[in-house]
Design a binder for this molecule. Structure first.
Ligand SMILES: Cc1ncc(COP(=O)(O)O)c(C=O)c1O
Length: 409
């Protein structure tokens, strides 16, 4: 008979090829998320849309009085799902409260994911979405990771476009104004059991918003957070789950209490720079040896959100800055590298990038008891690249430059 030790050794040998394939040098923390839906169920079909218009249209808020996320339009789009039949008919109804049992799983185990995107009005009055397929792809990835159902992206884009058009009177027709759209999915099963939700609700609400910087850019000061992390390898920081956001408020409050507008998320003992508040972070440096200018952002390694703005900035930079001699890099970079570049006068500028502001220039970063200066003079509120990016993106979003990223509703 084989001894226990010999059997264990055999098992260990047998297990090695499965756990660590010889070809892999780095560990890939990508979980194949299975959504709660299967192909036998009814898919999300835009042509089944039922519209019930409001009998009480709201009065419009003066554009200059709009506060982000405070006012909502007349209607909402809702689609229910259940595991027996799949997606039900989409409905646009008057904006209204939800009625949910206190035991509904979203309240207990955070079965919730969302998106943030905008509809813009062009000079001819057309409503335009910006790269909506990117938001849909991310929404499906987020939903699948928490066992909520996935959906047909083209159908939801069509429905969102119809909804945005129906409520388009809420979009002021000046540049800088838009309709912030909030697609949301929640698990609606009434149960305290921890398991796959058997029912879900996908809904979209819309909030008219003004320019992020009504009087022009205001560069922000950041505090590098070294006592808490937002995301980690193998975690869910690259998904837009509501559960990722609530824990970020206390570090944000701490930064604010010391006079900084945002906190900068670092990761690991190396203090890699990851994201700024709820934006992706970009820095522009001059190479120490060659003097070449480099626009850098952290790579998509699972610890940062795959921002639509991040992807757009990278794309535009490769198309329009590389021919001018710039290098564009998705690579890890540390606070130490930034501090060194700043001290040597090689840190050209830094900015956050996200749907709300497009770009948010950074003046300085508090780190280890010092301020890392991000290249702006006292009189400047933005660097050149942030300014250019904002202009390029808005030209596309408002249809002044015809571009495949702009989707006419
Ligand atoms: C954590 C986080 N990072 C980055 C972003 C920027 O993403 P996007 O450009 O898609 O708005 C957001 C905003 O949604 C965010 O919440």
């Amino acid at each position: 008979m084989r001894s226990l030790a010999a059997s264990r050794a055999m098992l260990r040998r047998a297990a090695i090829p499965l756990a660590a394939p010889a070809c892999r040098t780095t560990r890939h923390y990508s979980l194949e998320a299975k959504s709660a839906s299967t192909s036998q169920l009814r898919g999300l079909e835009a042509n089944r849309l039922i519209i019930e218009k409001t009998a009480k249209p709201k009065s419009l808020t003066k554009p200059e009085d709009l506060i982000f996320g405070n006012q909502f339009t007349d209607h909402m789009l809702s689609i229910e799902w259940n595991k027996e039949t799949g997606w039900q008919e989409p409905r646009i109804t008057p904006y209204q409260n939800l009625s949910l049992d206190p035991a509904t799983c979203v309240f207990h185990y955070a079965f919730e994911c969302f998106e943030g995107m905008k509809a813009y009005k062009d000079k001819d009055g057309n409503v335009r979405l910006f790269r909506p397929e990117k938001n849909m792809a991310r929404f499906n990835k987020s939903a699948a990771r928490i066992a909520l159902p996935t959906f047909e992206p083209a159908s939801l884009i069509e429905l969102i476009a119809k909804f945005a058009k129906l409520d388009s009177r809420f979009i002021p027709d000046h540049r800088g104004y838009s309709l912030y759209l909030r697609p949301t999915m929640i698990g609606t099963q009434k149960t305290l059991g921890v398991g796959t939700p058997g029912s879900a609700l996908l809904y979209v609400i819309a909030s008219p918003v003004g320019p992020y910087y009504p009087t022009g850019f205001k560069a922000v000061s950041l505090e590098a957070t070294d006592y808490a992390v937002r995301a980690w390898p193998g975690g869910v920081g690259d998904k837009k789950l509501g559960a990722n956001y609530a824990p970020c408020i206390v570090p944000q409050q701490q930064a604010a209490s010391r006079g900084y507008q945002q906190n900068l998320w670092l990761f690991g003992e190396e203090e890699y720079v990851t994201e700024v508040g709820t934006m992706n972070m970009f820095v522009a440096l001059k190479n120490k040896e060659t003097g070449q200018k480099e626009l850098i952002t952290a790579p998509l390694d699972g610890t940062i959100l795959e921002g639509v703005t991040r992807d757009s900035v990278l794309h535009l930079a490769r198309e329009r800055l590389v021919p001018e001699g710039w290098k564009v890099s998705e690579r890890k970079y540390t606070m130490k590298e930034l501090a060194e570049a700043s001290q040597e006068g090689r840190l050209i500028e830094a900015f956050g990038a996200g749907t709300a502001a497009i770009v948010s220039p950074v003046r300085k970063i508090a780190w280890k008891g010092q301020h890392v200066d991000c290249g702006l003079t006292e009189a400047e509120e933005s660097g050149e690249i942030a300014l250019k990016m904002k202009g390029w993106m808005e030209d596309i979003q408002y249809g002044d430059e015809e571009h495949e990223w702009s989707y006419k509703a």
